[in-house]
Design a protein around this ligand. Structure first.
Ligand SMILES: *Cc1c(COP(=O)(O)O)cnc(C)c1O
Ligand SMILES: [Zn+2]
Length: 379
Protein backbone atom coordinates (compact mmCIF):
# COMPACT_ATOMS: atom_id res chain seq x y z
CA UNK A 1 0.00 0.00 0.00
CA UNK A 2 1.46 3.32 -1.06
CA UNK A 3 1.12 6.79 0.33
CA UNK A 4 0.79 9.65 -2.11
CA UNK A 5 0.94 13.43 -1.84
CA UNK A 6 -2.37 14.86 -3.08
CA UNK A 7 -0.65 18.09 -4.10
CA UNK A 8 2.57 17.11 -5.93
CA UNK A 9 1.92 13.39 -6.51
CA UNK A 10 5.15 11.99 -5.00
CA UNK A 11 4.72 8.52 -3.54
CA UNK A 12 6.05 7.05 -0.31
CA UNK A 13 6.17 3.73 1.47
CA UNK A 14 4.84 3.47 4.97
CA UNK A 15 5.07 5.08 7.42
CA UNK A 16 5.61 8.57 5.99
CA UNK A 17 3.61 11.33 7.65
CA UNK A 18 4.22 14.23 5.25
CA UNK A 19 5.58 14.85 1.77
CA UNK A 20 8.93 16.55 1.26
CA UNK A 21 6.94 19.40 -0.32
CA UNK A 22 5.37 20.01 3.10
CA UNK A 23 1.87 18.71 2.31
CA UNK A 24 0.16 15.72 3.95
CA UNK A 25 0.46 12.29 2.35
CA UNK A 26 -2.48 9.91 2.08
CA UNK A 27 -3.06 6.25 1.32
CA UNK A 28 -4.03 5.30 -2.22
CA UNK A 29 -7.72 4.66 -2.73
CA UNK A 30 -9.05 1.41 -1.32
CA UNK A 31 -11.69 -0.61 -3.13
CA UNK A 32 -13.76 -3.42 -1.73
CA UNK A 33 -17.14 -4.64 -0.71
CA UNK A 34 -19.02 -4.47 2.55
CA UNK A 35 -19.40 -7.56 4.74
CA UNK A 36 -21.84 -8.49 7.43
CA UNK A 37 -20.36 -7.53 10.77
CA UNK A 38 -21.19 -5.83 13.99
CA UNK A 39 -18.89 -2.83 13.80
CA UNK A 40 -18.03 -0.39 11.02
CA UNK A 41 -14.46 -1.73 11.22
CA UNK A 42 -15.68 -5.23 10.31
CA UNK A 43 -18.28 -4.24 7.74
CA UNK A 44 -15.71 -2.22 5.76
CA UNK A 45 -12.73 -4.50 6.44
CA UNK A 46 -11.25 -4.05 2.91
CA UNK A 47 -10.93 -0.30 3.37
CA UNK A 48 -8.41 0.09 6.22
CA UNK A 49 -4.63 0.38 5.71
CA UNK A 50 -3.94 -1.54 8.92
CA UNK A 51 -5.89 -4.22 10.75
CA UNK A 52 -8.09 -2.53 13.38
CA UNK A 53 -7.25 -4.15 16.76
CA UNK A 54 -10.85 -4.86 17.65
CA UNK A 55 -10.10 -6.33 21.06
CA UNK A 56 -8.81 -2.89 22.08
CA UNK A 57 -11.70 -0.91 20.58
CA UNK A 58 -13.63 1.30 22.97
CA UNK A 59 -16.71 1.18 20.74
CA UNK A 60 -15.83 4.23 18.62
CA UNK A 61 -17.93 4.77 15.51
CA UNK A 62 -21.33 3.36 14.59
CA UNK A 63 -22.89 6.59 15.79
CA UNK A 64 -26.59 7.45 15.37
CA UNK A 65 -27.96 9.35 12.40
CA UNK A 66 -30.91 11.33 13.70
CA UNK A 67 -33.68 13.02 11.74
CA UNK A 68 -33.75 16.65 12.90
CA UNK A 69 -36.77 18.85 13.47
CA UNK A 70 -34.78 21.85 12.25
CA UNK A 71 -35.06 20.82 8.61
CA UNK A 72 -38.83 21.31 8.50
CA UNK A 73 -38.90 25.11 8.38
CA UNK A 74 -36.23 25.08 5.67
CA UNK A 75 -38.04 22.48 3.59
CA UNK A 76 -35.11 20.07 3.61
CA UNK A 77 -34.58 16.59 5.03
CA UNK A 78 -32.00 17.24 7.71
CA UNK A 79 -30.09 14.54 9.59
CA UNK A 80 -27.57 14.85 12.41
CA UNK A 81 -24.62 12.47 12.61
CA UNK A 82 -24.09 12.38 16.35
CA UNK A 83 -20.36 11.96 16.90
CA UNK A 84 -20.66 13.22 20.48
CA UNK A 85 -21.42 9.67 21.64
CA UNK A 86 -17.90 8.42 20.89
CA UNK A 87 -15.83 7.15 23.86
CA UNK A 88 -14.17 10.54 24.53
CA UNK A 89 -17.12 12.50 23.13
CA UNK A 90 -15.78 13.50 19.72
CA UNK A 91 -15.19 11.91 16.29
CA UNK A 92 -11.41 12.05 16.96
CA UNK A 93 -11.69 8.59 18.54
CA UNK A 94 -12.24 6.92 15.14
CA UNK A 95 -8.91 8.17 13.81
CA UNK A 96 -7.08 7.71 17.09
CA UNK A 97 -8.12 4.06 17.29
CA UNK A 98 -6.88 3.21 13.79
CA UNK A 99 -3.60 5.14 14.17
CA UNK A 100 -3.04 3.54 17.56
CA UNK A 101 -3.59 0.09 16.00
CA UNK A 102 -0.78 0.92 13.59
CA UNK A 103 1.53 2.30 16.31
CA UNK A 104 1.17 -0.81 18.46
CA UNK A 105 1.76 -3.19 15.55
CA UNK A 106 4.76 -1.19 14.39
CA UNK A 107 6.31 -1.66 17.82
CA UNK A 108 6.14 1.89 19.17
CA UNK A 109 6.15 2.23 22.96
CA UNK A 110 5.18 5.91 23.01
CA UNK A 111 2.70 7.97 21.00
CA UNK A 112 2.04 11.68 21.02
CA UNK A 113 -0.13 14.48 19.71
CA UNK A 114 -0.24 18.25 19.45
CA UNK A 115 -3.58 19.48 20.72
CA UNK A 116 -5.26 21.20 23.60
CA UNK A 117 -8.70 19.84 23.12
CA UNK A 118 -10.55 16.81 21.91
CA UNK A 119 -7.64 15.12 20.17
CA UNK A 120 -5.47 15.32 23.29
CA UNK A 121 -8.16 13.62 25.37
CA UNK A 122 -8.71 11.01 22.67
CA UNK A 123 -5.02 10.13 22.26
CA UNK A 124 -4.52 10.01 26.05
CA UNK A 125 -7.46 7.66 26.50
CA UNK A 126 -6.48 5.26 23.71
CA UNK A 127 -2.81 5.27 24.74
CA UNK A 128 -3.90 3.98 28.16
CA UNK A 129 -6.16 1.44 26.55
CA UNK A 130 -3.37 0.21 24.23
CA UNK A 131 -0.76 0.19 27.00
CA UNK A 132 1.36 2.89 25.36
CA UNK A 133 2.93 5.99 26.89
CA UNK A 134 1.58 9.32 25.67
CA UNK A 135 3.25 12.70 25.27
CA UNK A 136 0.69 15.45 24.83
CA UNK A 137 2.07 18.79 23.67
CA UNK A 138 -0.20 21.68 24.58
CA UNK A 139 0.09 25.43 24.07
CA UNK A 140 1.02 27.95 26.70
CA UNK A 141 -2.57 29.15 26.90
CA UNK A 142 -4.23 25.76 27.49
CA UNK A 143 -6.80 26.19 30.26
CA UNK A 144 -6.76 24.27 33.55
CA UNK A 145 -10.14 22.79 32.69
CA UNK A 146 -8.79 21.23 29.50
CA UNK A 147 -5.59 19.99 31.12
CA UNK A 148 -7.67 18.16 33.73
CA UNK A 149 -9.62 16.28 31.07
CA UNK A 150 -6.36 15.24 29.41
CA UNK A 151 -4.54 14.29 32.61
CA UNK A 152 -7.39 12.05 33.73
CA UNK A 153 -6.00 9.27 31.54
CA UNK A 154 -2.46 9.58 32.90
CA UNK A 155 -0.63 11.03 29.90
CA UNK A 156 2.48 13.23 30.17
CA UNK A 157 1.25 16.71 29.38
CA UNK A 158 3.90 19.20 28.27
CA UNK A 159 3.11 22.90 28.06
CA UNK A 160 5.20 24.26 25.21
CA UNK A 161 6.29 27.89 25.40
CA UNK A 162 6.83 29.46 21.98
CA UNK A 163 5.30 29.47 18.51
CA UNK A 164 2.46 26.94 18.64
CA UNK A 165 2.19 26.99 14.84
CA UNK A 166 5.64 25.43 14.47
CA UNK A 167 4.93 22.73 17.01
CA UNK A 168 3.12 20.47 14.53
CA UNK A 169 6.21 20.07 12.32
CA UNK A 170 8.63 20.08 15.25
CA UNK A 171 6.71 17.19 16.84
CA UNK A 172 7.01 15.06 13.69
CA UNK A 173 10.73 15.75 13.48
CA UNK A 174 11.27 14.89 17.13
CA UNK A 175 9.03 11.85 16.90
CA UNK A 176 11.21 10.42 14.15
CA UNK A 177 14.34 11.07 16.16
CA UNK A 178 13.04 9.64 19.44
CA UNK A 179 10.84 6.83 18.13
CA UNK A 180 7.57 8.43 19.22
CA UNK A 181 4.62 8.05 16.86
CA UNK A 182 2.84 11.39 16.63
CA UNK A 183 -0.84 11.10 15.80
CA UNK A 184 -1.58 14.70 14.86
CA UNK A 185 -4.70 16.20 13.32
CA UNK A 186 -4.14 14.89 9.78
CA UNK A 187 -2.00 11.81 10.38
CA UNK A 188 -2.62 9.43 7.43
CA UNK A 189 -4.14 6.68 9.62
CA UNK A 190 -6.32 9.22 11.41
CA UNK A 191 -7.75 10.33 8.05
CA UNK A 192 -8.50 6.70 7.19
CA UNK A 193 -10.37 6.22 10.46
CA UNK A 194 -12.65 9.15 9.65
CA UNK A 195 -13.82 7.42 6.45
CA UNK A 196 -16.14 5.38 8.65
CA UNK A 197 -18.39 8.43 9.00
CA UNK A 198 -18.99 8.42 5.22
CA UNK A 199 -19.46 4.62 5.17
CA UNK A 200 -22.06 4.70 7.93
CA UNK A 201 -23.97 7.56 6.31
CA UNK A 202 -24.03 5.76 2.98
CA UNK A 203 -25.41 2.64 4.65
CA UNK A 204 -28.44 4.59 5.84
CA UNK A 205 -29.15 7.14 3.12
CA UNK A 206 -27.51 8.83 0.16
CA UNK A 207 -27.02 12.42 1.29
CA UNK A 208 -27.08 15.30 -1.19
CA UNK A 209 -25.07 17.59 1.11
CA UNK A 210 -22.76 16.94 4.07
CA UNK A 211 -21.84 19.86 6.37
CA UNK A 212 -18.39 19.44 7.93
CA UNK A 213 -16.92 21.76 10.62
CA UNK A 214 -13.28 22.16 9.60
CA UNK A 215 -10.08 23.20 11.30
CA UNK A 216 -6.97 21.24 10.25
CA UNK A 217 -9.02 19.76 7.41
CA UNK A 218 -8.46 16.18 8.52
CA UNK A 219 -12.13 15.37 9.09
CA UNK A 220 -13.09 16.83 5.73
CA UNK A 221 -10.43 14.83 3.91
CA UNK A 222 -11.46 11.63 5.69
CA UNK A 223 -15.15 11.96 4.82
CA UNK A 224 -14.27 12.93 1.24
CA UNK A 225 -11.98 9.92 0.81
CA UNK A 226 -14.64 7.64 2.26
CA UNK A 227 -17.24 8.72 -0.28
CA UNK A 228 -14.73 8.60 -3.15
CA UNK A 229 -13.77 5.02 -2.26
CA UNK A 230 -17.43 4.01 -2.10
CA UNK A 231 -17.91 5.37 -5.61
CA UNK A 232 -14.74 3.71 -6.92
CA UNK A 233 -16.06 0.46 -5.44
CA UNK A 234 -19.40 1.03 -7.20
CA UNK A 235 -21.23 1.01 -3.88
CA UNK A 236 -22.66 4.48 -4.51
CA UNK A 237 -23.29 6.24 -7.81
CA UNK A 238 -22.82 9.87 -6.99
CA UNK A 239 -20.77 11.82 -4.50
CA UNK A 240 -22.66 14.19 -2.21
CA UNK A 241 -21.72 17.86 -2.21
CA UNK A 242 -19.39 18.32 0.74
CA UNK A 243 -19.39 21.66 2.54
CA UNK A 244 -16.42 22.94 4.56
CA UNK A 245 -17.78 25.05 7.41
CA UNK A 246 -15.49 27.46 9.24
CA UNK A 247 -15.97 30.20 11.83
CA UNK A 248 -15.75 33.73 10.40
CA UNK A 249 -13.15 34.49 13.06
CA UNK A 250 -10.81 31.79 11.74
CA UNK A 251 -11.48 30.79 8.14
CA UNK A 252 -8.20 30.38 6.26
CA UNK A 253 -9.58 27.72 3.92
CA UNK A 254 -12.75 29.59 2.90
CA UNK A 255 -10.76 32.79 2.50
CA UNK A 256 -8.29 31.23 0.05
CA UNK A 257 -11.16 29.47 -1.75
CA UNK A 258 -13.21 32.63 -2.21
CA UNK A 259 -10.23 34.73 -3.23
CA UNK A 260 -9.12 32.13 -5.75
CA UNK A 261 -5.70 31.85 -4.07
CA UNK A 262 -3.55 28.84 -5.02
CA UNK A 263 -2.64 28.18 -1.37
CA UNK A 264 -4.00 28.97 2.06
CA UNK A 265 -2.40 31.75 4.08
CA UNK A 266 -2.04 32.09 7.85
CA UNK A 267 -5.23 33.64 9.28
CA UNK A 268 -4.19 36.62 11.39
CA UNK A 269 -5.64 37.10 14.89
CA UNK A 270 -8.11 34.21 15.00
CA UNK A 271 -11.05 34.99 17.26
CA UNK A 272 -14.14 32.82 17.67
CA UNK A 273 -16.03 30.91 20.35
CA UNK A 274 -15.62 27.76 18.23
CA UNK A 275 -12.27 26.87 19.81
CA UNK A 276 -12.11 23.35 18.36
CA UNK A 277 -11.89 24.81 14.85
CA UNK A 278 -9.41 27.66 15.25
CA UNK A 279 -6.32 26.43 13.45
CA UNK A 280 -5.02 29.60 11.74
CA UNK A 281 -2.72 27.62 9.39
CA UNK A 282 -4.37 24.23 8.84
CA UNK A 283 -1.89 21.47 7.89
CA UNK A 284 -4.41 19.98 5.46
CA UNK A 285 -5.66 23.35 4.21
CA UNK A 286 -4.18 23.06 0.73
CA UNK A 287 -5.38 19.47 0.37
CA UNK A 288 -8.93 20.56 1.27
CA UNK A 289 -8.69 23.51 -1.11
CA UNK A 290 -7.81 21.10 -3.92
CA UNK A 291 -10.77 18.84 -3.10
CA UNK A 292 -13.14 21.83 -3.06
CA UNK A 293 -11.94 22.87 -6.51
CA UNK A 294 -11.69 19.40 -8.06
CA UNK A 295 -15.24 18.44 -7.06
CA UNK A 296 -16.93 21.83 -7.13
CA UNK A 297 -17.69 21.62 -3.43
CA UNK A 298 -18.51 24.49 -1.07
CA UNK A 299 -16.97 26.54 1.75
CA UNK A 300 -19.15 28.58 4.13
CA UNK A 301 -18.30 30.78 7.13
CA UNK A 302 -20.55 31.51 10.10
CA UNK A 303 -20.44 34.15 12.83
CA UNK A 304 -20.28 33.52 16.57
CA UNK A 305 -23.84 34.82 16.90
CA UNK A 306 -25.06 32.33 14.31
CA UNK A 307 -23.17 29.55 16.09
CA UNK A 308 -24.83 30.31 19.44
CA UNK A 309 -28.25 30.38 17.77
CA UNK A 310 -27.53 27.03 16.08
CA UNK A 311 -26.44 25.56 19.42
CA UNK A 312 -29.79 26.64 20.86
CA UNK A 313 -31.72 25.09 17.96
CA UNK A 314 -29.89 21.80 18.39
CA UNK A 315 -30.87 21.82 22.05
CA UNK A 316 -34.50 21.81 20.85
CA UNK A 317 -33.65 18.52 19.18
CA UNK A 318 -32.32 17.32 22.54
CA UNK A 319 -28.67 17.59 21.56
CA UNK A 320 -26.04 19.63 23.39
CA UNK A 321 -22.94 20.18 21.27
CA UNK A 322 -19.88 22.41 21.55
CA UNK A 323 -19.81 25.63 19.50
CA UNK A 324 -17.58 24.16 16.76
CA UNK A 325 -20.10 21.37 16.26
CA UNK A 326 -23.02 23.73 15.75
CA UNK A 327 -21.41 25.47 12.77
CA UNK A 328 -22.96 23.06 10.27
CA UNK A 329 -26.44 24.02 11.42
CA UNK A 330 -25.43 27.69 11.47
CA UNK A 331 -24.45 27.34 7.80
CA UNK A 332 -27.86 26.04 6.71
CA UNK A 333 -29.38 29.47 6.29
CA UNK A 334 -26.57 30.59 3.97
CA UNK A 335 -26.64 27.69 1.54
CA UNK A 336 -29.84 28.02 -0.45
CA UNK A 337 -30.37 24.28 -0.44
CA UNK A 338 -32.85 22.88 -2.97
CA UNK A 339 -36.23 21.83 -1.58
CA UNK A 340 -36.33 18.39 0.08
CA UNK A 341 -32.61 17.75 -0.37
CA UNK A 342 -31.08 15.26 2.03
CA UNK A 343 -28.58 17.05 4.24
CA UNK A 344 -26.35 15.65 6.99
CA UNK A 345 -24.65 17.87 9.54
CA UNK A 346 -21.78 16.31 11.48
CA UNK A 347 -22.11 16.97 15.23
CA UNK A 348 -18.41 16.65 15.94
CA UNK A 349 -18.16 16.94 19.74
CA UNK A 350 -20.10 17.22 22.98
CA UNK A 351 -21.18 20.45 24.66
CA UNK A 352 -20.06 19.15 28.04
CA UNK A 353 -16.49 19.77 26.88
CA UNK A 354 -16.96 23.52 26.73
CA UNK A 355 -19.14 24.40 29.70
CA UNK A 356 -16.89 27.34 30.48
CA UNK A 357 -17.99 29.07 27.25
CA UNK A 358 -21.64 28.12 27.52
CA UNK A 359 -24.37 30.48 28.61
CA UNK A 360 -24.83 30.39 32.38
CA UNK A 361 -27.32 27.88 33.69
CA UNK A 362 -30.63 29.35 34.80
CA UNK A 363 -32.74 27.99 37.62
CA UNK A 364 -35.70 29.49 39.48
CA UNK A 365 -35.42 29.41 43.26
CA UNK A 366 -38.27 28.05 45.33
CA UNK A 367 -38.84 27.59 49.08
CA UNK A 368 -39.87 24.03 49.81
CA UNK A 369 -43.17 25.22 51.37
CA UNK A 370 -44.20 26.79 48.05
CA UNK A 371 -43.12 23.90 45.87
CA UNK A 372 -46.58 23.21 44.47
CA UNK A 373 -46.94 26.80 43.31
CA UNK A 374 -43.50 26.80 41.79
CA UNK A 375 -44.12 23.57 39.93
CA UNK A 376 -47.47 24.92 38.70
CA UNK A 377 -45.60 27.97 37.48
CA UNK A 378 -47.17 30.55 39.84
CA UNK A 379 -45.48 32.54 42.60
C1 LIG B 1 -11.13 18.36 15.62
C2 LIG B 1 -12.49 18.95 15.60
C3 LIG B 1 -13.04 19.55 14.46
C4 LIG B 1 -12.26 19.79 13.19
O1 LIG B 1 -11.62 18.67 12.68
P1 LIG B 1 -10.34 18.82 11.73
O2 LIG B 1 -10.00 17.44 11.38
O3 LIG B 1 -9.25 19.48 12.54
O4 LIG B 1 -10.71 19.67 10.57
C5 LIG B 1 -14.35 19.99 14.51
N1 LIG B 1 -15.09 19.89 15.64
C6 LIG B 1 -14.59 19.33 16.76
C7 LIG B 1 -15.46 19.26 17.97
C8 LIG B 1 -13.28 18.83 16.79
O5 LIG B 1 -12.82 18.28 17.92
ZN1 LIG C 1 4.11 16.69 -2.15
Amino acid sequence: MKLRCPICGRTYDEPAQRCSCGEPVEFDLFKGEPYLGKTVWERFWDFWPVEPLLELSLGEGDTPLIKSKIGRELGIRLYLKNETVNPTWSFKDRGTFLAMSYALKAGYKTVGTVSTGNMAASVSAYASRFGLNAKILVSESASEEKLKAISAYGADVIRVLGDYGRLYFESLRLGEKLGIYFINSDNPFRIEGYKGIAFEMAEELSPDYVLIPSSSGGLFRGIAKGFIELRESRLIEELPTLVTVQAEGCSPICKAFEEGKPRIERFEKPDTIAKAITNPYPPSGNAVLKLLRDFNWLCVTVSDGEIVEAQRKLAEDGLFVQPASATGIAALGKLNLPESSKVVSILTGSGLKTLRNSQSGSAAECPLEKLENCVRGQN
